[in-house]
Design a protein around this ligand. Structure first.
Ligand code: NDP
Length: 444
């Protein structure tokens, strides 16, 4: 059995009931095969694949809090500090009922390579809770966030581990957690990113993941003689990533015709009304059923279904495993040109393979959604120098980071004879830098 297959089998056996983690490791290992097999004895002796799949540290804790009825509630909190070879752990916190150890490990593992691709000095981590902020009062969310941070603050710090937002964790939650961190430690430091602008946040952080996704997609299209201008675009999700992907795609002349949430999806053939969407999701925190009130000619459907709409470009921006093999077949039958992931691992392995085999330009989230974490790293830089940069300054740095990421993954794929395979390119380019740093730092 080859070294890659042997370690993959052991990772699966050692981490039962973690299918998302198995999926992420399988995808990365498949891409790394040519790199590892070219120098198998060396990688095996150094146990590089074993080391890179074992988190440096994992913290799991109880989060008790009191709801508005006076009832004590208990949730699970977790932080995976996966790899600090190239910088302090960095990665979001996710609050969603589906959160479990396997999901956080898959996200933390992916984060190592994503952070490396940004070219900035940040290691990989991820965390969260099975707490569901949906339908909770502000007081309940604050009580939860304070309890969560009371435990987490023991393990994080501006030069140690710097969490950010993710699904279910936006400006409100970051604010409550930052306040509690400051209260307990007495430190006013850049321990979290995605902060509000009045207390150390960066301009353009809110927009960064969605904008970055579209900057990279535009560069990809331009390198293939196309651009976003005039393209019909299908987006899933209606959260932070989706909203700002829609905004930038519209600014670049694309027409976005769908969005979705966990209960249903909207098809608006005239193009999504972004102001209406922002009001529904960012201000009222309501369901997409509301959209029809603003745009009576649009369609609302229960369940999932955006991928059946004919488009040139598809941007999955909701959650993992939301674009399945049948969706991929439908997209190809409808002539899709490019699929770039805004969410983390939204496309299943077989769907990814089908898209690639059918000539679709496919960019994995670890490259195309890296704009969020890259801008978080820019927020850390601003906090360290106690300065704030202008929106234009941050946005232009974001744009050049995304363009560089595209060219790096393209070059890495070509170097291993896999031109146009951006999954392989992203995994190899991300891996090479982390491994060089790990080797330089000895056995640790
Ligand atoms: P949000 O919580 O702001 O939005 C998530 C969106 O996806 C919502 O519309 C939500 O619907 C929908 N959604 C969530 N879970 C499910 C599900 N199980 N089934 C169907 N729909 C679902 O999160 P973000 O926009 O921040 O994150 C979206 C994705 O992008 C995630 O994969 C995240 O890890 C990734 N990402 C985010 C970054 C960021 O900077 N925010 C950076 C890099 C990646 P509803 O409103 O009903 O909950």
């Amino acid at each position: 059995m080859s070294y890659v297959d042997d370690v993959l089998a052991r990772v699966i056996a050692k981490n039962p009931s973690e299918p998302e983690f198995h999926q992420a490791v399988t995808e990365v290992f498949e891409s790394l095969r040519p790199v590892i097999e070219a120098n198998e004895d060396f990688y095996k002796r150094e146990a590089i694949l074993e080391r890179i799949t074992e988190p440096e540290r994992m913290i799991k804790f109880r989060v008790p809090w009191v709801d508005d009825q006076g009832q004590v509630q208990v949730n699970m909190g977790i932080r995976v500090q996966f790899n600090s070879a190239i910088g302090p752990y960095k990665g979001g916190l996710r609050f969603h009922p589906s959160v479990n150890q396997g999901i956080i490990k898959f996200l933390g593992f992916e984060q190592i390579f994503k952070n490396s691709l940004t070219g900035l000095p940040i290691g990989g981590g991820k965390g969260g809770s099975d707490f569901d902020p949906k339908g909770k009062s502000d007081r309940e969310v604050m009580a939860f966030c304070q309890s969560f941070m009371t435990e987490l603050c023991k393990y994080i710090g501006a030069d140690e581990d710097v969490p950010a937002g993710d699904i279910g964790v936006g400006g409100r939650e970051i604010g409550y957690m930052y306040g509690q961190y400051k209260r307990i430690t007495g430190l006013y430091e850049g321990v979290l990113t995605g902060k509000g602008l009045t207390y150390g946040g960066s301009l353009a952080r809110t927009e960064a993941t969605g904008y970055g996704l579209v900057y990279l997609t535009d560069e990809l299209l331009k390198c293939h003689g196309e651009s976003m201008e005039g393209k019909t675009i299908v987006v899933s999700g209606a959260g932070n990533v989706a909203i700002y992907a829609i905004e930038k795609a519209q600014q670049l002349g694309g027409k976005v015709v769908t969005c979705s949430d966990s209960t249903g999806w909207v098809y608006d053939p005239d193009g999504i009304d972004l102001e209406a969407l922002k009001e529904i999701k960012e201000v009222n925190r309501a369901r997409l059923t509301e959209y029809k009130k603003y745009r009576p000619d649009s369609e609302y459907h229960e369940g999932r279904g955006v991928w059946q709409i004919k488009c040139d470009v598809a941007l999955p921006c909701a959650t993992q495993n939301e674009l399945l093999i049948d969706d991929a077949k439908q997209l190809v039958a409808n002539g899709v040109m490019a699929v770039c992931e805004g969410a983390n691992m939204p496309t299943t392995l077989d769907a990814t393979q089908y898209l690639q085999e059918n000539g679709v330009l496919f960019v994995p989230g670890k490259a195309s959604n890296a704009g969020g974490v890259a801008t978080s790293a820019l927020e850390m830089s601003q906090n360290s120098e106690r300065l704030s940069w202008t929106f234009e300054e941050v946005d232009s740095k974001l744009q050049s980071i995304m363009v560089n990421i595209y060219h790096n993954i393209d070059e890495a794929a070509k170097r291993y004879g896999k031109e146009g395979d951006y999954v392989t390119g992203a995994n190899i380019a991300g891996f090479e830098k982390v491994v060089e740093a790990m080797l330089a730092q000895g056995i640790c």
